[in-house]
Design a protein around this ligand. Structure first.
Ligand code: UT7
Length: 338
């Protein structure tokens, strides 16, 4: 079997226009900008329009990543969408994105592993490129969690937002993939889940809908503890598998669930805040989209230099977690293709 390297040829993101601020939330239920800011770091999140499905935000990010790579959609050999908010329970949103890009016939599939979706997707897509199965893969993290939020539940309503980030991965001589760590433990899936709508609780009843059991339900404190622990462990293991230490990391690009989680883990890893990307104040938690959105903003800001070591790390529903150590391979302006 062929053995080649993989690199990110282009990256982009897209968020819906409508912005929901902390002061908007103050009008909706008993909360405050002060509580949300100090407990989460969030200020704003973007909310999709009613006629704007996940495939549309995914499409926006895909087009931006392709433009950044200087490629036409026809250059793509496979599409992967990481999402827990697909357009439909089936078919896969990746198939719909392919049609919207005008590349019918290109294989596509979704990965449903919640906030760890981009990390799992990056590992799977990199493996397929490194083993010669595909030359180029479009990997998109796309979510519309606002559709699953109960805006009467202040414990979760402030947290989530909509958006998408995408990368074009392609075969390369120099390998960007340095190492990774993936994990999952389904012992307590109900720590973070959607109670009804799957085969665990069928059919959805009128009472379920009246009681809003078709919305995100989370044991926040438990997930917080898990998130800090796993962010540290996954980072450490991914670095070990790459033969690196925290000192070697140029940028940590973490899942944006809570600023306090990121800061606590980074401190324990002895990684200074100047090396950690945080944009949670503008987007809230966008699940599988948060890491590629943060990567896209970091690249667009010209912060990435050839050879930089990036550490992507995510955690969430499953419960699941993962990290990937990645060497940035620049190919022109702003660290990506001109
Ligand atoms: O992306 C997937 C992974 N998700 C996560 O990693 C999220 C992990 N969890 C968290 O980020 C935090 O647990 C939350 C942000 C969800 C909650 O923060 P917390 O510091 O753990 O708060 P808490 O749940 O312990 O609640 C503390 C207090 C409670 O009041 P009492 O019982 O002490 O009187 C809550 O009712 O804060 C109250 N509270 C709020 N107050 C104002 C909860 N939500 C709000 C709110 N506004 N929106």
């Amino acid at each position: 079997m062929n053995q080649t390297g993989v690199r990110i040829a282009g990256v982009g993101h897209y968020v819906p226009k409508r912005v929901l601020t902390n002061s908007d939330l103050e009008q909706m239920f008993d909360t405050s900008d002060e509580w949300i800011t100090t407990r989460t770091g969030m200020k704003e999140r973007h909310i999709a329009a009613p006629d704007e499905p996940t495939s549309d935000v995914a499409l926006g990010a895909a087009r931006a990543a392709l433009a950044n790579a200087g490629l036409e959609p026809s250059a793509i050999g496979c599409i992967i969408v990481a999402t827990v908010t697909p357009d439909y329970a089936f078919p896969a949103t990746a198939c719909i994105v392919g049609a919207k890009l005008g590349i019918q016939g290109v294989p596509g599939f979704d990965m449903e592993i919640a906030c760890s979706g981009f990390i799992y997707g990056l590992t799977v897509a990199s493996s397929m490129i490194r083993t010669g199965v595909f030359k180029r893969i479009l990997l998109i993290g796309a979510e519309e969690l606002s559709r699953l939020v109960n805006y009467d539940d202040r414990n979760t309503a402030v947290l989530f937002g909509d958006g998408a980030g995408a990368v074009v991965l392609e075969a390369a001589e120099r390998d960007s993939y340095l190492g990774s760590e993936l994990g999952a433990d389904g012992t307590n899936p109900t720590d973070l889940y959607l109670p009804v709508g799957g085969t665990g609780a069928l059919p959805i009843t009128a009472e379920d809908i009246a009681a809003k059991r078709n919305t995100i339900t989370m044991n926040g404190r438990e997930v917080f503890r898990f998130a800090v622990t796993k962010m540290i462990a996954a980072t450490t293991h991914a670095l070990d598998s790459a033969g690196l230490t925290p000192n070697d990391i140029t940028w940590v690009i973490p899942h944006q669930a809570n600023k306090r989680i990121i800061e606590a883990a980074a401190k324990r890893l002895d990684i200074g805040p100047e090396r950690v990307i945080i944009n949670i104040e503008r987007y809230g938690n966008t699940s599988a989209a948060s890491i590629p959105i943060a990567l896209s903003e970091t690249a667009a800001a010209g912060k990435l230099k050839d050879g930089d070591v990036l550490l992507f790390v995510g955690f969430g529903g499953g419960l699941s977690w993962g990290a990937v150590a990645w060497r940035w391979s620049a190919n022109g302006k702003n660290g990506t293709r001109a």
